[in-house]
Design a binder for this molecule. Structure first.
Ligand code: ATP
Ligand code: MG
Length: 293
């Protein structure tokens, strides 16, 4: 199983001809569930490699990594984040969840609240939802725009196009500053979402996960799919690609996401910092001092 090669199929860098129809949420690259144990091992390998690279990321202190997760409800964002990040040093990873904006946040431009959560150099930041909600939930429910306190004449038919442009420029800015941006759309089928909702209703220990609001949002399924498609069309780029990850099979989702994170870190050609002559000399001196104690 060559996950690296497999992953390419799900990476979108040029959105112009992107169509969600070309992506099957139940895709497992022809791999049957009989190899699930092997997939588990591969995931463990991926997590180990991530951990190794994260250590160098922190030591080198030059690059940062922003991972964005977007999906319909019950697609498995939380579980994927949990599994994929299970092996990394929590000191260098920050997870931020973005819900409906607060009154304070609505007093600012839409990128403001995410700005404070950007990864520092040497760190990884994970966005569980993100500024992309501004072209998803807000587009599906345009009445939300009215609560955004925007001057009236700035709210035109062009607003989504303008937001795409602002997001693209913002991500360009980040990547030009050494903050790599990788975006995941966990692509779930309508049928599997129903099955997971039912499971939440049927299993007492999963009842807490159930939300009637999620069932309400499900009524807007097609509008969401269109919004996701248009979003990917307009915001996929070489420097900030989207991964359209099949989400009907959790083991496959996790495997691909782990590999994508490893790839993003590898692309940085990370290296432990080399000490200067003076710093080397200081180490020698410290050694002598310890030995002479
Ligand atoms: P979980 O249900 O797994 O805890 P979640 O991300 O679904 O995680 P919820 O509190 O259920 O969290 O939902 C957050 C809600 O906030 C989503 O419906 C999302 O669309 C909404 N939201 C996020 N960002 C914005 C935004 N900028 N404007 C309006 N609504 C937003
Ligand atoms: Mg929810």
């Amino acid at each position: 199983m060559n996950i690296g090669k497999m992953l390419k199929r799900f990476r979108v860098e040029h959105g112009k001809r992107f169509s969600l129809k070309d992506y099957d949420p139940s895709d497992t690259h022809g791999i049957g569930s009989e190899v699930k144990p092997q997939a588990k091992e591969l995931l463990a390998d991926g997590v180990k490699e991530m951990s190794r690279l994260q250590d160098i990321l922190a030591a080198q202190d030059r690059w940062g990594l922003l991972l964005i997760f977007q999906a319909m409800d019950a697609a498995g964002k939380d579980g994927t984040i949990k599994h994929v990040m299970s092996g990394v040093n929590p000191q260098g990873v920050y997870v931020w969840s973005f819900k409906a904006p607060s009154a304070e946040e609505l007093h600012h431009g839409f990128l403001w609240r995410t700005m404070k959560c950007m990864p520092e150099r040497g760190q990884i930041a994970i966005f569980n939802r993100s500024y992309y909600e501004e072209v998803l939930v807000v587009r599906v429910h345009p009445q939300i725009l009215e609560s955004q306190k925007l001057p009236k004449r700035l709210v035109t038919k062009r607003i989504w196009q303008e937001r795409f442009e602002d997001i693209n420029h913002f991500e360009r800015y980040l990547t030009r500053n050494g903050i790599a941006v990788v975006k995941f759309f966990l692509h779930l089928s309508r049928k599997e979402q129903k099955r997971r909702f039912m499971e939440r209703l049927d299993t007492p220990d999963k009842n807490w996960k159930f939300s009637a609001a999620d069932v309400k949002e499900r009524e807007c399924w097609d509008a969401y799919q269109e919004a996701y498609e248009d979003m990917i069309r307009h915001t996929a780029s070489e420097h900030a690609p989207w991964y359209v990850v099949p989400a009907d099979n959790k083991w496959f989702t996790r495997l691909l996401v782990a590999q994508a994170v490893v790839d993003a870190l590898k692309a940085m050609s990370l290296k432990y910092p080399k000490l200067s002559g003076a710093e080397q000399a200081a180490l020698t001196q410290a050694r002598q001092q310890l030995e002479n104690e």
